[in-house]
Design a protein around this ligand. Structure first.
Ligand code: I3S
Length: 130
């Protein structure tokens, strides 16, 4: 069954735990600060929550009940690439949004990072066609 998405017409494409660091804000380079984050891909947005949902996964794909994401980015026109040249960590993805916000996403689980790569690429390509 599809996840129940209460207030939003967009289906959740993927959600899960990743290590995340922002590396640029509006084109300006930032100092890395890797943190575990609950990441949700839905609609045209990638959302970052401090904590994973506590309730049943099927009803809490958005993150902790009632909470707003800590941050969120618009994926329209975003660029997605391997991040291996930007980190010594393994399994790293690099996302750059149109306003010049850049993030690295990382998982020790290679299959999990690959699944995120495919899901993000599919969403970005769909948005490119819209
Ligand atoms: O790309 P960098 O600057 O080599 O990234 C490393 C540093 O940001 C380091 O922090 P400080 O320079 O503030 O001590 C982090 O602890 C590392 O995790 C960063 O490198 P990795 O390769 O983990 O992305």
């Amino acid at each position: 069954p599809l996840p129940q998405v209460l207030d939003d017409p967009h289906e959740v494409e993927k959600s899960g735990q990743l290590n995340v660091t922002k590396i640029a804000q509006g084109g300006r380079k930032l100092r890395k600060n890797w943190c575990p984050s609950w990441v949700v891909l839905a609609g045209n947005s990638l959302m970052f929550y401090r904590e994973p949902p506590r309730a049943a996964p099927s009803s809490a794909v958005w993150g902790p009940a009632g909470s707003r994401p800590e941050s969120s980015v618009d994926l329209r026109g975003a660029a997605l690439a391997h991040g291996r040249h930007l980190s010594s960590r393994r399994n790293v993805l690099h996302i750059r949004t149109v306003p010049g916000h850049e993030f690295l996403l990382q998982s020790d689980l290679e299959a999990e990072l690959r699944a995120w790569h495919h899901a993000l690429r599919a969403v970005i390509e769909r948005l490119d066609r819209e």
